[in-house]
Write a new protein. Structure first.
Ligand SMILES: Cc1cc2nc3c(=O)[nH]c(=O)nc-3n(C[C@H](O)[C@H](O)[C@H](O)COP(=O)(O)O)c2cc1C
Ligand code: FES
Lengths: 193, 544
């Protein structure tokens, strides 16, 4: 529920001297995203995506830095960031396991998948394992209802899942999540950037 | 680029094709059943057998029959092989080269395939979605060329009006009229937006188009841009569709490289750029005003209309916003003409519609049929009915804004008006089939929970109303409800429908209303007034 206000009074906002929004990231925003929009504010969502992509979540300090860079009030950045469910304002695990809980998947027993992860990793929906490796969430329809039940593991869609397949998948995930890619995405060399 | 150059690319592409082609589906559905490994094996087998000059293996988009994957189709025979696994690769390569194999094939006369009529999906499963040349070889971008070089913007708008095309995003607003509205606005900057935020549970048509034929969307948007006088387009795509995002990014890059996007497209004065905008997990951003707020970098909350986006959209400028499937119709419509298009479908609903079949149905997957096809044909003939020989209880169309259609209404033709008349909507095209084991109060509660979670919270009827309705539905489902609760539920349905700010709240009651209308007995069976300690009483009202 996007409109539920969470208590965010955090007595210690952790700050660090090195900025999250590094010069390199600023350059990406400036060169790639500023030309696309008539206002800087419009770059807020891409900027948050970029921060999350780089650090896996969006620390408060990063939010402040982004706000400053885009010349908007920090409160406006927070207001927008809290609205969207995909932004993590708390750390999440290296692997985000999102089980689809929408109707078609539910009809095909998606609840068993969630239970499997719960049991296997000892976490509830919304929680992260203590080693920081996995976070379990439930997601709305992933647009693969024809091959229900499905789950999204980071950026890779897993279809026609069974509890056994999901367990096997979790066991086989590489140590570094950057090594975990959708095998179906290939690009000819000249298209990489 | 001039036409001969475009043709040259197409020629070169066709010439590079080997006489025998094995098209293997690498769209999401088949990938999950192992199509990539099969593809690799096929490639290796071709190489080892020394057939590289003759046989070619290509990865293509969705071959539609997702329940039978991995699918491989052979050219030129068009044989469709189903459930191909690695061990069959050698046999399959042998078979297309004159031999024999025991691979399962799909009968081309199977109703699932035979009743399809492809416009939006015409290239799906035929072309390689990652290569622009493959799209060009299928006459891609030719429509855009002729539009830019030979037609005036007004002519294009008139063609679209004449075709009778209506928006495929749910509401069915006539596309040509919308284009005309934006075209006549005087403004130095206008925008074209493609709504690819597909979020209705049960809907996956747009995702499949984006993954299987991304250039079609770019071409459709560029034609729209020319018709209304815009130079910038945005595609707002869900963050949950990583493969679609990557395919679109690649397609935009390739189109820019070849000059189908950018400055002076096809040596005309027309400039047009498209950028991708990635959503962040909010269903309500599919609503057009919320979507625009999100592009502007704000919370995705809707605002009252008017003003409509056509008058005051992105940054206050006139903005054309259409759905993926709407844009996907444009290149073919332009190439083949308004008369050709308007001959398909019914009097008020022209063309085809893509439906996503899911739930308890034998053949899940994508189908594209002419408007006016009956639900019975779609569910029973094409979809093969309920899996394992069960019977259909209801079909849910239109997601959280739609309704549940009972089995005895399956002879209804699918068009905008007929579906509305029986309390559902065409919606974006999701169809979830439910069998006798499904409890309809559960279904109503499921969709109410969805609306409650996804309500943006801006207006009170939707914010508070969905919560109250969800509680009432839960109470009834858990056997604690009374007749009064059903009355209250009905009252809330009216309230939300009439007073909510945007479509989300206005249509949130639909699944509840339609289940109350057709399956009221399932609610009543659960009421406390009709149970004593959970036992059905001998009370006259409950003997029916
Ligand atoms: C809550 C809500 C969600 C919507 N989601 C979508 C969507 O995911 N995709 C879409 O094309 N239209 C969606 N719409 C409809 C859009 O507001 C808009 O009518 C549509 O994009 C217009 O395109 P069309 O004329 O081509 O149908 C949604 C509407 C509402 C109220
Ligand atoms: S319901 Fe799970 S992917 Fe659509």
């Amino acid at each position: 529920m996007a409109w539920i206000a969470e208590n965010r009074r955090d007595p210690q906002v952790k700050t660090s001297d090195t900025p999250y929004l590094t010069d390199a990231l600023k350059a990406v925003l400036r060169d790639r995203y500023f030309p696309r929009y008539p206002t800087k504010r419009a770059v807020l969502l891409p900027a948050l995506h970029l921060i999350q992509h780089t650090y896996d979540w969006i620390p408060t300090q990063a939010l402040q830095e982004v706000a400053e860079f885009l010349e908007i009030a920090p409160a406006e950045a927070l207001d927008t960031a809290t609205f969207y469910e995909e932004y993590w304002l708390k750390p999440k695990g290296k692997y985000l396991i999102g089980v689809c809980r929408s109707l078609a998947c539910e009809l095909c027993q998606s609840a068993k998948l969630t239970d499997t992860v719960r049991r296997k990793l000892g976490i509830e929906v919304g929680q992260t394992t203590t080693d920081g490796r996995f976070t379990l969430i439930e997601m709305e329809c992933l647009g693969s209802c024809g091959s229900a039940p499905v789950a999204l593991t980071n950026e890779v869609l897993q279809e026609n899942l069974t509890p056994e397949k999901l367990e096997k998948l979790i066991d086989s995930l590489p140590a570094d999540p950057h090594d975990f890619k959708d095998p179906g995405i290939t690009w000819p060399e000249d298209d990489k950037h | 680029m001039e036409l001969p150059e475009l043709h040259q690319i197409a020629e070169k592409e066709r010439a590079s094709q080997k006489p025998i082609r094995l098209r293997i589906c690498v769209a999401a559905g088949c990938q999950s059943s192992g199509s990539l490994a099969v593809k690799k094996k096929l490639e290796d087998t071709v190489k080892e057998a020394g057939l590289s000059d003759k046989v070619q293996v290509v990865g293509v988009g969705c071959l539609k029959m997702c329940s039978q994957g991995p699918l491989v189709q052979a050219d030129p025979t068009q044989t469709l092989y189903a459930k191909v696994d690695e061990t069959q690769a050698a046999g399959l390569v042998g078979a297309v080269n004159g031999g024999h194999c025991h691979c399962a094939t799909v009968d081309p006369n199977d109703p699932f395939l035979a009743h399809q009529f492809s416009i939006v999906l015409e290239n799906s499963g035929l072309i390689d979605p990652e290569r622009i040349e493959s799209y060009i070889a299928a006459e891609g971008y030719e429509g855009l060329y002729h539009v830019l070089r030979e037609k005036t913007p007004t002519e294009i708008v008139e063609t679209v009006i004449k075709s009778g095309l209506r928006g495929r995003g749910g509401a069915g607003y006539p596309t040509g009229l919308k284009w005309a509205l934006v075209a006549k606005m005087q403004s130095p900057r206008k925008f074209v937006v493609c709504n690819a935020d597909e979020g209705d549970p049960g809907a996956f048509m747009d995702r499949s188009v984006l993954e299987s034929d991304p250039h079609r969307i770019l071409e459709g948007m560029a034609i729209a841009g020319y018709a209304i006088g815009a130079t910038q387009g945005y595609i707002y795509v869900r963050g949950e569709y990583p493969l679609a995002i990557k395919r679109l990014q690649g397609a935009i890059r390739q189109a820019k490289r070849l000059g189908m996007l950018g400055g002076h497209i096809f040596e005309s004065p027309f400039d047009f750029n498209i950028d991708l905008r990635i959503g962040a997990g909010a269903f309500v951003c599919g609503e057009e005003t919320a979507l625009m707020a999100s592009i502007e970098g704000r919370r995705g909350q809707p605002r009252p209309r008017p003003p409509f986006p056509a008058e005051s959209g992105l940054w206050g400028q006139p903005t054309l916003i259409n759905n993926v499937e709407t844009f996907a119709n444009i290149p073919t419509l332009i190439r083949k003409g308004a008369d050709w298009f308007s001959a398909i479908g019914t009097e008020k609903s022209k063309g085809t519609k893509v439906f996503a079949l899911a739930g308890k149905i034998t053949n899940t997957g994508l189908i594209e049929v002419p408007m006016g096809t009956t639900l019975r044909r779609i569910v029973e003939e094409m979809g093969g009915g309920v899996e394992n020989g069960g019977t259909v209880k209801a079909v849910q169309t239109g997601g959280p804004s739609g309704g549940c259609i009972p089995a005895d209404k399956l002879d209804t033709p699918v068009d905008y008006e007929s579906l509305a008349a029986i309390g559902s909507i065409m919606g974006s095209g999701g169809m979830i089939v439910m069998d006798q084991s499904t409890n309809m109060v559960d279904v109503a509660r499921f969709f109410m929970e969805f609306c409650m979670d996804e309500s943006c919270g801006k207006c009170a009827p939707c914010r508070a109303g969905t919560v109250q309705m969800y509680r009432l539905l839960s109470k009834i489902r858990e056997g604690r409800g009374t007749q009064q609760d059903i009355d209250m539920l009905n009252g809330l349905c009216d309230l939300l429908r009439n007073t909510s700010l945007c479509g989300l709240g206005q249509t949130a009651p639909n699944p509840t209303l339609s289940t109350l209308r057709y399956f009221r007995h399932e609610y009543e069976q659960l009421l406390t007034d009709s149970t004593v300690n959970g036992q059905l009483p001998k009370h006259p009202a409950n003997t029916t």
